[in-house]
Design a protein around this ligand. Structure first.
Ligand code: 3PG
Length: 212
C-alpha cells in the first residue's frame, strides 16, 4: 500500500471520531472490556501503544471486538510493523518516520499515520505521498498555534495532534481546518483501567466524542 493510499485510509479513520484514544495496556485481560467501553462511548478508532509486554496480545484481543478499528502505536522499527500487522492491527502510528519504517508499512500493507513536528519533516513526508500526519509531540511543539502556522504554507497536509492534548485544549486543535482528529490518553486513565471501571471510561469517551 503506497503512502498516498495509506494517508487516504488514515483520513478515513481520523473521520470516525474527534479523538483517538492512546492506550497503554499492561494486562491483555483488560483489552476487550476496555475496547468495548471506548467504542460504546463513541470512540471506535483505538491506538494500542507497543510499550508494554502485553501490547501485541492486547491488539489481538481488541481486534476481535465488534465496531472497533484497532491500530498499533509507537511503531519504531520494521519489526514493530510486522508484529503489529500479524497481531491484527489495521493501522499504525509512529512518533516520527524513517525510510525503513515507511518501507515496512508499504510492504506489509499497513496504513501509517507517521509523526512529524517541523515544516521540513512535514514536507519530507508529503514529498513521499503522505498527506495525513501525526503532529507529535503536539503541545510541546507549540500546540494549536504551531499547527495553524504550518497550515498556512502547507494546507494540503492534515494532522492528528498527539502528546499533551487534553479536554482543556482539544477544541483549539479541532477547530483548525488542518486537524481531522486528535490523539489522547486521558480517555483511558490507568487507575480506571486497573480497577476495571468501564463505566467511567465510557463516560470519558462519550465526552471526548462530543468535542466536535
Ligand atoms: C503518548 O506519547 O503517549 C501520546 O502522545 C499520548 O500523549 P498524552 O498522554 O499526552 O495524551
Amino acid at each position: 500500500m503506497m503512502p498516498q493510499a495509506q494517508s487516504n485510509e488514515a483520513r478515513r479513520i481520523a473521520g470516525l471520531a474527534p479523538i483517538i484514544p492512546v492506550l497503554v495496556v499492561e494486562d491483555a485481560a483488560k483489552a476487550a472490556p476496555l475496547a468495548e467501553a471506548l467504542i460504546k462511548g463513541g470512540l471506535p478508532a483505538l491506538e494500542v501503544t507497543l510499550r508494554t509486554e502485553a501490547a501485541l496480545d492486547v491488539i489481538r484481543e481488541m481486534a476481535s471486538v465488534d465496531g472497533g478499528m484497532v491500530g498499533a502505536g509507537t511503531l519504531l522499527t520494521p519489526w514493530c510493523v510486522e508484529q503489529a500487522k500479524a497481531a491484527g492491527a489495521t493501522f499504525g502510528v509512529s512518533p516520527g518516520a524513517t525510510p525503513k519504517l515507511i518501507e515496512a508499512c508499504i510492504s506489509n500493507e499497513l496504513p501509517l499515520l507517521p509523526g512529524a513536528a517541523t515544516a521540513t519533516e512535514v514536507m519530507a513526508l508529503y514529498e513521499q505521498g503522505y498527506d495525513m500526519l501525526k503532529f507529535f509531540p503536539a503541545d510541546a511543539n507549540g500546540g494549536a498555534a504551531a499547527l495553524k502556522a504550518i497550515g498556512a504554507p502547507i494546507p494540503q497536509v492534515a494532522f492528528c495532534p498527539t502528546g499533551g492534548v487534553s479536554p482543556a485544549n482539544a477544541k483549539d486543535y479541532l477547530a483548525l481546518p488542518n486537524v481531522l482528529c486528535a490523539g489522547g490518553s486521558w480517555v483511558a486513565p490507568k487507575a480506571a483501567v486497573d480497577k476495571g471501571d468501564w463505566a467511567e471510561i465510557t463516560r470519558l469517551a462519550s465526552d471526548a466524542a462530543k468535542l466536535r
